[in-house]
Design a protein around this ligand. Structure first.
Ligand code: HGY
Ligand code: MN
Ligand code: MN
Length: 429
């Protein structure tokens, strides 16, 4: 684990602050949404770091970025250990979500280079495209396309709030990093390790610096559209209206009741609500809203989904609701070998850790179907994330990076083929 001692705290802090400049907002947060100019600038910065470190640069049809450390004497077809996370942020995001896992991976690989670790596998750093799904829904597009869970063709015509097409924004991004060699989805991998902030309160409450993540809860996203009739607000009697917003209020109230959970294990969020034509004196013609539903138990997740369909199958105010599922993944349990590797290295570094399941999803949700996968968490102050005040102490960021370096050293000096990586044929829709 000599590499852990070569991780540089100051350089790590500098890298975090440097990346926070891309999409920086006045309130200390970031707005670096996928395929935006800020995202493209952040991607270029990674390319310059990788070039300075002598890493090979690769990308794929959805602009995932891969940076490969190819140790001397290692066969080119030896499956690499992959580590990383995502650069894209929420519109009102913080400076650590996703990007910390990418930056710490660069710091860990630099430490491995600096200590002259004798590796038997390549190591690749990845920055996945569009993990958040805030500009173009759904999230995890980059990892879903890489693993075969979804086809990129499904997403090309998705538009953002300004009616810009994903396909066009993606092309601009691919053209912005010409130095990256193109390669197909589905490269073979030995294992995947993702370091991330916890985005919840558990580690801070327990006073532990590390979470060893054994899995991620299940998650399903829906888009609901309600069609009514646009009419004059002053002349149309209430009894003759098909008001899409009044209908939406009825649906939302019935959904809240139907999804009540005395155990508070269910996570049900209506994060986006659009009204059209969205003017004070026209009866709303159409309303669309998002549903983000999560639960640690897949059967329960599916039964909650049935309750949603039952509520949305009723009419409200003479209007119907159309519900489209755009994202779905069952709860996953990560691979024991990778979990054990992280635990062994945490013990070796004398870092106290808490075994835990992730409430947030990550690209590891899809990589877990593809190859042996596990995650490492560091604490989030106040459990806050997806907010500009997201914060993690540099000491914790440093401990996480040291553990990542040690785990990469541990897994990349093993030629044990735990399990061949495999493409997910079935769609997750
Ligand atoms: O939504 C999530 O769980 C992730 O933070 N994008
Ligand atoms: Mn994230
Ligand atoms: Mn996030």
């Amino acid at each position: 684990m000599i590499s852990a001692h070569k991780v540089c705290r100051e350089r790590l802090g500098w890298r975090i602050n440097r990346m926070a400049e891309f999409g920086a907002s006045a309130d200390g947060g970031v707005n670096r949404q996928v395929f935006s100019d800020a995202d493209r600038a952040a991607r270029a910065e990674l390319n310059s770091w990788a070039t300075q470190m002598g890493l090979e640069l690769y990308t794929d049809p959805i602009a995932n970025q891969f940076f490969r450390l190819m140790p001397k004497g290692v066969a080119a077809d030896m499956a690499p250990v992959l580590t990383g996370s995502h650069l894209d942020s929420q519109p009102t995001g913080g400076p650590y979500d996703g990007v910390y896992g990418v930056v710490a991976a660069f710091e860990a690989v630099q430490a491995l280079i600096d200590c002259g670790a004798v590796l038997k596998r390549p190591i690749e750093i990845v920055a996945w495209s569009n993990e958040e799904g805030s500009r173009f829904a759904p999230g995890c597009m980059g990892s879903m396309c890489f693993t075969g869970a979804r086809a990129i063709e499904e997403f090309a015509d998705t538009c953002d709030a300004d009616r810009l097409r994903l396909g066009d924004e993606l092309s601009k991004t691919l053209l912005s990093h010409p130095a990256m060699q193109q390669r197909d989805f589905g490269q073979s991998l030995s294992s995947y390790i993702e370091l991330h902030i916890e985005q919840g309160p558990i580690l801070e409450r327990l006073g532990k610096p590390i979470g060893v993540v054994s899995g991620i809860q299940g998650c399903r996203w829906f888009n609901v559209t309600i069609n009514g009739e646009a009419r004059h607000a002053g002349t149309t009697p209430m009894a003759q209206r098909r008001d899409a917003l009044r209908a939406a209020v009825g649906y939302l109230s019935d959904l809240q009741i139907a999804l009540q959970d005395p155990d508070d294990a269910t996570r049900f969020t209506i994060g986006r609500l659009d009204v059209s034509p969205n003017t004070p004196n026209t009866v709303p013609q159409q309303v669309s809203f998002s549903i983000d539903l999560r639960h640690p138990d897949t059967e329960e997740l599916n039964s909650l989904t049935e309750r949603i369909h039952t509520v949305l199958s009723q009419q409200q105010q003479g209007c119907d609701a159309v519900c489209e599922e755009i994202f779905k993944h069952a709860a996953v349990r990560f691979h024991e070998w990778v979990i054990a590797a992280i635990q062994t290295c945490a013990k070796g570094l004398d870092l106290a850790y808490e075994p835990m399941v992730s409430g947030a999803f990550h690209d590891a949700l899809f990589l877990a179907d593809y190859c042996p996968t596990a995650m490492i968490f560091v604490p989030s102050q106040g459990g806050v994330s997806h907010h500009p005040s997201e914060f993690t102490h540099l000491t914790d960021l440093y401990d996480g990076a040291r553990l990542l370096a040690a785990t990469l050293e541990h897994t990349a000096t093993s030629t044990v083929e735990i399990q061949a990586s495999k493409r997910t044929e079935n769609s997750t829709k």
